[in-house]
Each structure stands twice: as C-alpha cells, then as structure tokens.
Write a protein that binds this ligand. Structure first.
Ligand code: PLP
Length: 282
C-alpha cells in the first residue's frame, strides 16, 4: 500500500517512525478518520476543518494548507485505487528527546495517512447492535480528537467483553457519547443528543444526522439524557464515520423500544443514504 508520509506518497516499507516521536511516547497528536465511498471522500472539508481545529487546541502547527492536504488525500486515494474504505490520518508533534513540555527548538510535526479498504456494515445497519453502559472516565477535553484514546480503548474493550458492539459512556447518570461514536435517543417523535461541549467529540456524522432530521421533519433537542431515560427511549442510535447511522437495539441486555431498528432510525438512514457520493454513471 502507498502511505502519505508528511507531504510524500511512499511505499509502506519506506515509512520510518521515530521511537522518540511524541505521538508514540505521549499520545501527543491528533487524528481523523474519513470515509471513502465509490472512490470519493465524504465530508472531507468538515474532517479537515476539525483536524486543524484539534491542532489549534493543542498548539500544534500543521505545515500545509487545508487545500494542499485535501489534494494530497485525493492523490492517496487515486494512487491506491480504492473504491470503498476509509482514510486514517494522524499528525504528531514530532520527534524530540523525551520531556513532557513542548520541544524548545523547532521540530517538524509528523503526518501519516493510509487507507483501509472496508465494506459498509450493512447487516448491522439493518438488524441493529447491542450496547452496554460504561462509566466515562476520560479527561475533560473530549472535543479534541486526540491520539490519547486509553479511556475510549478501555470502554470499547469492556463492551466487546460483554458481547456488545459499543459502550454508551456516562458521567454520573448523564449519557455523553460512545467509545468511538455519538449517541442519540428518540422518544415520542423527538431526537435527543448531548449538546456539543468539551465532554463529547463533535461528530461529523452527528452534523449530517441533524441535517437529515431537519429534512425528514424530526425535531431535535440538543440536551443530554440519563441512563434511566435512555432505557425508556423508543429508539437509540449511535453514529460515526464508519458505523454511519447505527441502530442500538438493546442496552445492558434490555431491549430498546421493540428491540428492532425503529422507524425514525430507518428514515434517518434513508436520508443519510442519499448524501453518500455515488460512483460516476450510477
Ligand atoms: N465520539 C468519539 C469519541 C469518536 O471517536 C468518534 C469517531 O470515531 C465520534 C464521536 C464520531 O465522530 P465522526 O462522526 O466524526 O466519525
């Protein structure tokens, strides 16, 4: 496979990662996951904007303009001739002798991006998935898409060990978000989701879903709900770049609504589907 390494596309054998890279030692960096449908990137501008916003929040300078990065990502897709999958892109603060504070001399950041070919989780999108509650033990800057993912990793592992697809995290009684997704509840024809704040990642798919809700006439209330309220919802959804609009049909083994994908969820999925880039001529 061909990898984007800083501003060059190279074979993966050519990529050299320093053992003193601050991403490796401190998780000192940021990342994005961008979906490729039919050879085209989906919501690339939004992802690139969020990447630069995350960089700003940790005072990391990405030495390329957004336009240049956008072009390099297109080149990466074309070189790899990928139709469906995703780009994983990360930028670290670079290589420097290990000390917690930022390097005191000028150090170049290190960018790597590569493509994974994947297919859409179509069976789960139809049948829904199981989730469980997990205490949200993460730091208070979940708005930064940081490489520090240990809290998320532990939450997802707990879910997997319980045969669940996702962990629904909560601070005290209040639902925040999934380990790698945003969470929504639908009750009596209204969609509820945690407001954008430092406690959640402002998902790009979340924004697409809120647009879909507007299109299909489903009112949205950006207010957090509790674990008890979650169990009383008619429908629960999780969303992310790769999981798209994913129905959650049980939480801690308790069925949500009828225990199958709900009607509003299906309508949101249909509206989402229309936004996906289709291949030329189809
Ligand atoms: N919340 C967290 C913690 C995530 O890691 C992710 C993405 O992986 C999301 C939400 C969803 O974000 P997006 O829709 O931009 O993929």
């Amino acid at each position: 496979a061909k990898i984007l390494w800083n501003d060059q596309i190279v074979s993966e054998e050519e990529v050299k990662i320093g053992y003193e890279d601050r991403g490796y030692q401190f998780g000192d960096g940021i990342y994005e996951v961008i979906k490729i449908y039919n050879g085209d990137v989906f919501t690339a501008t939004e992802h690139i904007d969020r990447l630069y916003a995350s960089a700003d929040k940790i005072q990391l300078v990405i030495p390329y303009t957004k336009d240049v990065l956008h072009k390099m990502l297109h080149e990466l897709i074309e070189t790899n001739e990928v139709q469906n999958g995703h780009i994983y892109l990360q930028v670290t603060r670079g290589i420097s002798p290990r000390q917690h504070n930022f390097p005191t001399t000028a150090v170049d950041s290190v960018l790597t991006a590569y493509i994974k070919e994947t297919s859409r989780p179509l069976a789960q999108l139809e049948n829904g998935v199981k989730a469980c509650f997990v205490e949200d033990i993460r730091w208070l800057r979940c708005d930064i898409k940081s490489l520090n993912l240990l809290g998320n990793v532990l939450a997802k592992q707990e879910a997997i060990s319980k045969d669940c697809y996702e962990a629904i995290q909560h601070r005290g009684e209040v639902i925040t978000e999934g380990s790698s997704s945003n969470i929504y509840g639908i009750k009596d024809g209204v969609l509820y989701t945690h407001p954008v704040s430092n406690l959640i990642l402002n998902g790009i798919t979340r924004k697409v879903i809120l647009d879909c809700c507007e299109e299909i006439g489903l009112p949205v209330v950006e207010e957090a709900f509790t674990k008890a309220q979650a169990l009383e919802m008619d429908e629960i959804i999780m969303s992310s770049t790769n999981a798209e609009v994913m129905p959650i049909v049980s939480v801690d083994e308790k069925p949500i609504g009828n225990g199958i994908r709900g009607e509003w969820t299906q309508k949101i999925q249909q509206a989402f589907e229309l936004k996906i880039p289709s291949s030329i001529g189809v």
